[in-house]
Design a protein around this ligand. Sequence first.
Ligand SMILES: [Zn+2]
Length: 504
Amino acid sequence: MSSTSTLLQGGIALVHDTNDHVVPTKTSILIENGKIAKIAQNIAAPEGTVIIDCTDKIISPGFIDTHHHGWQTQLKGRHANEQLLEYMVTGNSQHYQYSSEDVFYGQLAGMLEGIAAGTTTVVDHAHITVSPDHVRLAIAATASSGIRSVFCYTPMMRVKQFNLLGYHSNIFEDWVMQTFNEIADHGPFGTGRVTLGFAFDSFFLPAEMIKDIFAQVKAKGVKTITCHGSVILGKSVVQNLASLDLLDESIIISHGGTLKKADAELVKAAGAFISSTPSTELQMAMGRPYCFDASFQDGGVSGDSVGFQDNGSLGVDCHSCTAGSIISEAKLGLQNARNHFNEFHMKQGKIPRTLPQNLRVESAFNLATIKGAEAANLSHEIGRIAEGYDADLVIFDSFSPSMVGAAQHDPVAAIILHSSPADIDTVIVGGVVRKRDFKLLPVPLEGCAKKTAGQDVLGWNSIANEVVTSREKMQKEIDKIDFKEAKGTLIKLFHIDESKFVNV
Ligand SMILES: [Zn+2]
């Protein structure tokens, strides 16, 4: 929390009206004690206020990423031409290479990449629960980065060895829920910015066991639980949750573009949310991103799929596969949805006269802001610029080479279609400036992070150097892996019907 007040003077703020339309408003914004204290044209700044001149700047609500694996920085670049099964070996399973210190630097760099790109809140599906120390340092890195996070603790299948690929047999060894409970009792972290959520993908376990785990988690006050949209035991994740009576407003389901109409009805009735991650979904045969209803006029791949726009939000998923920018996911998802809408009509020899309301840039912007806040059960705190809300704000330079012209005509279009992280001058989370003059600020370390880093503050260059060193160390081990064997083992483990593979 900031002890001083900050005045954002004279910018164009993107303020949502009562119908959730964005109204670009010339105004100043006073931030006090981490909150938006006042929005008005002329504000007399209290003594000692830090003034940020926002002339020719656009002030946006911070962006909200509802599905991200924050630890994967050292794996960036290697999945460029991979499908999901390949990634499961070269990416997901490489948690095996990470020491707790590797997790610290991977997580810290991953969260800072998000901040640099305007993400102020992340729902982290943190499947890096290799040991209690891995989790503690992942949380310390998240808290130190300055981002707001729902850190979803993830009991997971841990790799025991490669060549031959094998896993630890028990996902819920005693330490797993003991560590969860300890962390829950110690949190929240980062002066309240980092709260504990939970992630669960083990629907093959006995029903009573799953119910008991969810009960333990909720007893600790967890409000957000996230699950991947996989099919387990022949049932969609929605059906699995519903049959256990666990589908409620706490749930965020990531991916699953093949979910059926019946699933959608269950999700909507429960007030649950989905997180679309267009980059990875489009690349890795995970179905159509389902956050835009109008892209499902043909019923999707199964002919029985639907969009979830009212209950939709956006995620980056793996910054090892794609840029950690929720704005770029919004743009990709929107243009992909527009393509499906247009193609549906063109196939019938028709010409769409215009784009429907729910495929406008404002819809993409809202998925990345107010809808993300709803998904994370934080819609009364974040996602919009309003008095009393947390001061999570992103300031764009409307005179940058990519934004000038567009920013003056339609700031929302400028952000969604024209901007990149390079256009983001300043990022503020909970009233604290984390990026300024287009550069990430040095990071004061929190908790056990200080001991790991051996210092109290880290600048970006030091963090990048640590990532490079850590990556090189891991790569030496990764080079020894028999990937063909590992893929074969996963095919058996997941009961994948090999006759369905397409050779290219
Ligand atoms: Zn994921």
